[in-house]
Write a protein that binds this ligand. Sequence first.
Ligand code: SF4
Length: 386
Amino acid sequence: MGLNSRASHSEDSGQQLAPRLLQWFASHGRPLPWRKTYDPYQVWLSEVMLQQTQMERGVAYFRRWLERFPNVEAVAAASREEILKAWEGLGYYARARNLHQAAQCIVRDHQGLVPRSYETLRSLPGIGPYTAAAIASIAGNEDVAAVDANVLRVYARLFDIDRPVGSGPGRRQVEELAARLLPPGRARLYNQALMDFGGLVCLPRLLRCASCPLSSLCRAARAGTVAQRPLAKVKKKLVCLQRAAAVIVGPGGLVLCQRPAGELWGGMWEFPGGKYGEEGAAEALPSLIRRQTGLVVRVEREIVTVVHHYTHHRVQLTALLCAVVGGEALRGGEMGTASRWVPRNELHRYAFPAGTRKILAHIEAVCPELLLGPQDAAGCGCPSLF
Ligand code: SF4
């Protein structure tokens, strides 16, 4: 399809697209909690939480979060650990750290009022073009198109775009279309209509073309190319990693290390350890622990091996029970982490990445005696971790 025919089709379809979509949204839009007031803090929170998160799960976290942090001042006043703990389980923790940092900027520089203009929002840490456009249009009704994965998919199908739209020229094509087709003065409703349409009708799989209100405008439906739209980009190869984790138990509790700020899962806590090679987890672990914490440990036994995934990585994490046999007091180690003994009854205050949570869940279910302090011999006094 040539560029000219693309453009003329855009014009034709565009004229009809907005009224039909808005009509559909009026009767089928989702009654989401932040749509009651369009409060910019709530809209911002919903947008950040829903990235890479299913709607139901996002809504549950959203409600819980608002109970704990009802306004931007409450977020700004919380410690980073409280923020990460409240975010625990949602993944992509940079979102929580950025939210926290931006809340502090808003309190400091904007009298605690979340901006509603695209330009001002873009000046805040961690607020990228999509999030700024979503907040500015939904909370402020500013005429900016918010292009997320749903919108990319819907436009790729409606206009039968025959190149990947995730990035590069395909994405720019969608952004240009989205900006051109946005009905002036209706950005709040139109952007949400597109998001809901992508989430309820024009789904990634099992889409509902038969009952689609836009089917007569849909170029991919006419061309029979719906199954190929959006065109997939070449997938990154899965990278497999092996990591060892030391469960070091002592009278002071368990040893945990905090991941350095700026790294993946920065600020969260995990068992000390690291990657190992052909020598095996048990062989590698004592020197890793020495470098990381200053402690000399002896490996007693394997507890469990868990697997978790992030982006295109598969991590096999082997937890080994270790006893302290010497070494210095705990310290920040050469590997840039802070380590400390954490009393067992305080574990629930800490935020853990998924792999560490899986290990703790296994310990709680299979060998809970590791979570019993000397004072708890008659029974576990720890609150449940999960
Ligand atoms: S007809 Fe199918 S592919 Fe086209 S917009 Fe509707 S649901 Fe999406």
